[in-house]
Write a protein that binds this ligand. Structure first.
Ligand code: ADP
Ligand code: MG
Ligand code: MG
Length: 496
C-alpha cells in the first residue's frame, strides 16, 4: 500500500473489519484467553460495600484489531519526540518563563498554585538532585476532515504529559495481541475484504523504555543498594501496567521497587544524613510517580508532606516539580504563541515541525487576546474545547456546554482555563472489547508517543529518545479519551 498523500486517500485506505456480532463472537475466547496468558489485565472495579481484594482480575479493554494511522505522520511524531523532550527540559529550566506563565493563572487554580509554591520553596532552599528523569507522552489526534479531501492528514498535538503517563506496558502488549490475532487468522479473516501485512504493525518498545529511563536515573544517583519507590494511588486498577515496569527493574537490574502512597511516605520515610531519604534502612534513589497529578491524590496535609519529603531530599522524583509544572495546559497554550517554541528549539526546521503539530490555543483571561478568544468560543462553541489545568481525563468542556461554562465563570476563574481548537479525527469502524461486551462501533483513535529524557546534575544529556507508543480508541460520539477514566480501549496502530 502506498503512503496516503491526501485525506481522501487515507480515508479510503481504512480497513473494513467484520461488524456483525455473530461473525465477531468467534474471536472472543481467543482474545480474552490471550490477554489472560500475557498479563494484559486490570484489577476488577471495587463493588460498593466490598472489601477490595486483589483476586478479581479482568481483561484490559482492547480493540480487537488495530486502527489506521498515516505512516508518514507516525514516523514524523516518533522522530520529533526527542525535540519535544528537549523543548520541555529547556522550558523547565527557564524559571522566569515558568513562573510568569503560571502566575497568569491567578488564584483560580489552587492545586497548580500549590505545586508552583512547592517548586519555588525547593528552589529557594537550593535542593540539589543527582539528575533529571522525564517519562513523557505526547498525545496526538489525526486531523483529516472528510470535507477537505485534498488536504494531507496531519498529527495534531492534544497535550504533552509529563507526569504519570500510563499504559506504556499494556500498550506494547496490545501490539503483540493484534499481531497474534491477525497472524492466527491469516491477516485477513477479521476483514470484510482485503488483507493486512505485518509490516503495517510497528514494533513498540514502550514495555522496556520506561524502566530503562528509571534505571538510568538510579545509576546517576549512585548507590547500588538503594531502592526505587513507585508512588501509587490506593486501590489502583491499572496495576499490571505498573508491575511490568517493576518486573523489568528487578529481573534485568536487580533493583528493588516498593509501592507506596504519598500517605505511606509521610508515615514511613525520614530524611537522614546528606539530605538522603530512607524507608527503614533503605535509601530511596528514585521516586517514580504514578500519582500526584490530581487534587484527589492529596486528600489531606499528610499526602502533601509525603510529596515534600521526596522533593526536599536528594531522591530523584519522576517527574521533577519543574517538569510537572511544564506539563500544565497553560504552558502548552503559551508555547503556541508566536516565537516561543523558537526560543527553545535551536534547529529552525525542527521548530517548524513542532509548530505543524499545534492547533490554535488561546488564553481565556482578561487580556485582549483572552477576551477575543472568549467571544469566539461563545459565538462558535462547536469549534473549540475548553480545558482547566487538570490531568486524567473528564475535565474538558465541549460544544454547547462551553457558553454555559464560560458565562458562569468570574474573570478570576476564567484565568484558570485555556481554549483550544477542536481537532477533527477521522472516524472508522472497529470492534471494541470492554466490560465483558463486544461492540462494533464508529471510533476515533488518539496516538501517544512516549519520550524518555535523562540528564545529569550539570544538565548533560544521558538519554533523549522516543520510547514507543500508545493508541487509545474510543467511540466517536464521546469527546473524552481516557482508558482509566472509562472512555476508551487500548489499541495499536495500523500504518497506512
Ligand atoms: P487530560 O490531561 O485530562 O488527558 P486532554 O487534553 O488529553 O486532558 O483531554 C482529554 C481528552 O479530550 C483527549 O484524550 C481527547 O479525546 C479530547 N480532546 C482534548 N483536546 C482536544 C482537541 N483539541 N480536539 C479534540 N479532542 C480533544
Ligand atoms: Mg494529560
Ligand atoms: Mg490526555
Amino acid at each position: 500500500m502506498t503512503k496516503p498523500q491526501t485525506n481522501a486517500e487515507f480515508l479510503s485506505a481504512r480497513p473494513q473489519y467484520l461488524q456483525s456480532s455473530s461473525q465477531i463472537r468467534a474471536y472472543v475466547d481467543e482474545a480474552v484467553d490471550w490477554e489472560a496468558t500475557h498479563g494484559l489485565l486490570l484489577r476488577a472495579p471495587k463493588l460498593d460495600g466490598d472489601d477490595w481484594l486483589a483476586t478479581a482480575l479482568v481483561p484490559a479493554p482492547v480493540a480487537l484489531a488495530p486502527s489506521p494511522i498515516p505512516r508518514s505522520e507516525f514516523d514524523k511524531v516518533v522522530a520529533l519526540q526527542p525535540v519535544f523532550n528537549q523543548l520541555f527540559d529547556r522550558v523547565s529550566r527557564d524559571h522566569d518563563f515558568l513562573t510568569s506563565a503560571l502566575e497568569s493563572l491567578g488564584s483560580a487554580d489552587e492545586f497548580t498554585l500549590r505545586i508552583l509554591a512547592m517548586y519555588i520553596r525547593q528552589r529557594t532552599l537550593g535542593v540539589s538532585k543527582p539528575g533529571v528523569v522525564g517519562i513523557h507522552r505526547s498525545d496526538y489526534l489525526i486531523h483529516a476532515p472528510d470535507n477537505e479531501p485534498d488536504a494531507s492528514p496531519l498529527a495534531k498535538q492534544v497535550e504533552f504529559n509529563t507526569i504519570a503517563s500510563s499504559f506504556a506496558s499494556l500498550s506494547s502488549i496490545v501490539g503483540d495481541f493484534h499481531r497474534h490475532m491477525l497472524a492466527k487468522t491469516g491477516y485477513k479473516d477479521l476483514l470484510q475484504d482485503g488483507s493486512i501485512t505485518k509490516e503495517q504493525l510497528p514494533a513498540n518498545e514502550s514495555l522496556t523504555s520506561i524502566g530503562d529511563g528509571i534505571v538510568a536515573g538510579f545509576k546517576l544517583y549512585g548507590n547500588t543498594s538503594a531502592i526505587v519507590v513507585m508512588v501509587v494511588q490506593p486501590n489502583e486498577r491499572n496495576i499490571y501496567d505498573q508491575r511490568w515496569v517493576e518486573r523489568r527493574l528487578w529481573e534485568e537490574h536487580h533493583i528493588h521497587v516498593m509501592r507506596l502512597t504519598f500517605g505511606d511516605i509521610a508515615d514511613k520515610c525520614v530524611i537522614g544524613d546528606d539530605n538522603r531519604l530512607f524507608i527503614e534502612d533503605k535509601e530511596v534513589a528514585v521516586a517514580y510517580y504514578r500519582s500526584g497529578y490530581a487534587p484527589t491524590d492529596f486528600p489531606s496535609e499528610k499526602e502533601w508532606e509525603g510529596r515534600w519529603l521526596i522533593e526536599s531530599s536528594r531522591t530523584i522524583p519522576v517527574p521533577s516539580l519543574a517538569y510537572h509544572l511544564a506539563g500544565c495546559k497553560k504552558i502548552q497554550q503559551v508555547l503556541a504563541q508566536p516565537g516561543v517554541v523558537e526560543r527553545y528549539v535551536d534547529d529552525q526546521q525542527a521548530a517548524e515541525l513542532v509548530r505543524e503539530c499545534f492547533v490554535g490555543l488561546y488564553p481565556l483571561d482578561n487580556t485582549s487576546e483572552g477576551q477575543q478568544a472568549y467571544d469566539l468560543a461563545m459565538a462558535n462553541p462547536s469549534n473549540y474545547v475548553v480545558k482547566p489545568q487538570r490531568e486524567g481525563g473528564g475535565y474538558n468542556t465541549y460544544g454547547d456546554d462551553i457558553p454555559k461554562l464560560l458565562s458562569s465563570l468570574s474573570d478570576e476563574e476564567r484565568k484558570g482555563y485555556i481554549l483550544m481548537d477542536l481537532i477533527r479525527a477521522p472516524v472508522f469502524k472497529n470492534i471494541l472489547l470492554r466490560n465483558g461486551q463486544l461492540v462494533a462501533s464508529e471510533v476515533v483513535s488518539e496516538l501517544g508517543i512516549y519520550g524518555v529524557w535523562v540528564s545529569d546534575n550539570s544538565g548533560d544529556v544521558v538519554i533523549n529518545r522516543s520510547g514507543g507508543h500508545l493508541l487509545r480508541t474510543k467511540a466517536s460520539d464521546v469527546y473524552e479519551g481516557g482508558v482509566a477514566a472509562g472512555f476508551a480501549v487500548i489499541d495499536s496502530p495500523l500504518l497506512i
